[in-house]
Design a protein around this ligand. Structure first.
Ligand SMILES: [Zn+2]
Length: 391
């Protein structure tokens, strides 16, 4: 039972004696992976003991904290919100033995287990699918999949009512910066984000030409300021009003989703089917259904990419096409065959890449290699500068 004390003391010794500069790059990479596995075990052990301490109220004798969340936050040096999430995950794991076993074995981090268990509590039938997503995809996709599961299993009318009733935009000033948070129905937030998109792209392009590179979120902020100053019309076309909704046909026919089905605004999140019906009636919807246009047959003889093809590619390549890259922002369409040679624009010859990977292909002579599973690899040019990685 007290083995953990001995192990942690040894880890403490190791941490104090650490000399990473004496270790080769390859060893450092391997040891990072081992430390990440160790971190999973430690985080799990801490969560399980904290849960036991909270259940028995024993933490009260060791701390003046008002709540168990506060005690764990102080003990861990984290926020109370993060501590609350640890307890919530530990509680959910008590009734989800499969997920708990993966965490116990170090196959799943507690952060991944938080997402899987939140989804599995809403829809127990989705637990295995979420576990597979956790292993195959990055955190962003896992969170999106969990949101889908929860939305499909939640009473839509009630969820929509609550999102509207709890809508808010709050700001507070600290020093010379003003911070803010907002929340509202996803369909309304999507209108704001859609309006910001072309302005963000324009700002990104402007920065690229000037040889600058800042975070996407910084350019989004600039876009918001431009929107406020100009109404979005200063040299940039206002955002199109069509909002894309990805919906399963049976859900649309039925009028609500059932577990396992989706109705969502791509890149934003789930919305009620009623919202899809509403905009469908206004003719503003780009409806994406799997048995719609057979996109493989859409061929254009111009460089212009037809609308159905654009939507099909955006649906197929929701993240950068390079294997292992889960960037889903500012994606750029890449033609694998130079249009000047082929004079064709087809579904199979187009793919979405993130700006960094697109840059390697268009300016650094990297070649794309089709993996045959919907992803591409990159082959560096024969004389690539040493250390230049396809990252
Ligand atoms: Zn990428």
């Amino acid at each position: 039972m007290f083995d953990i004390e001995r192990v942690v003391n040894e880890l403490g010794d190791l941490s104090r004696r650490l000399e990473p500069e004496c270790c080769s790059g390859a060893d450092a990479a391997r040891l990072t992976e081992i430390a990440a596995l160790g971190e999973r075990f430690i985080v799990h052990i801490k969560a399980m003991y904290a849960q036991r301490a909270a259940e028995t109220n024993a933490w009260r004798r060791r701390s003046h904290a008002a709540t168990a969340d506060q005690w764990l936050a102080e003990t861990s040096g984290c926020s109370e919100g993060a501590a609350r999430e640890v307890f919530a995950t530990a509680t959910r794991l008590e009734v989800l033995p499969d997920t708990a076993e993966e965490v116990r074995a170090g196959e799943l981090s507690l952060a991944q287990a938080a997402q899987v268990s939140a989804g599995a509590m809403a829809d127990p039938g989705a637990e295995q699918r979420l576990l597979r997503t956790a292993k195959r995809s990055g955190m962003r996709e896992l969170r999106a999949e969990k949101e889908r599961v929860v939305a499909a299993a939640t009473d839509e009318i009630e969820a929509r009512r609550r999102a509207k009733a709890e809508r808010h935009l709050r700001t507070w000033t600290q020093g010379l910066a003003t911070h803010g948070v907002f929340s509202g129905p996803t369909e309304d937030v999507a209108k704001i984000l859609t309006a910001l998109e072309p302005l963000t792209k324009a700002r990104f392009e402007q920065a690229r030409v000037a040889g600058e590179r800042e975070a996407h979120d910084a350019y989004r902020f600039d876009a918001m300021v431009t929107l406020a100053e100009t109404g979005g019309v200063s040299g940039v076309r206002p955002a199109p009003h069509a909002v894309r909704v990805r919906v399963d046909l049976p859900a649309l026919v039925r009028g609500r989703t059932e577990p396992g089905e989706v109705c969502e605004i791509p890149g934003v999140g789930p919305v009620p089917v009623a919202h899809a019906e509403e905009i469908l009636s206004h003719g503003l919807l780009q409806l994406v259904i799997t048995d719609g246009v057979d996109v493989q047959t859409v061929v254009s003889n111009t460089r212009h990419v037809p609308s159905a093809l654009k939507i099909a590619i955006a649906e197929r390549d929701r993240t950068c096409k390079i294997r292992g890259c889960d960037c889903d922002r500012m994606l750029e369409r890449h033609h694998t065959h130079d249009y000047a040679d082929s004079h064709r624009t087809t579904y199979t010859e187009l793919g979405n890449l993130c700006p960094k990977h697109h840059d390697l292909v268009t300016h650094k002579k990297y070649e794309t290699i089709d993996n045959g599973d919907g992803t591409w690899d990159l082959r560096p040019p024969a004389h690539a500068p040493p250390g230049e990685a396809a990252a």
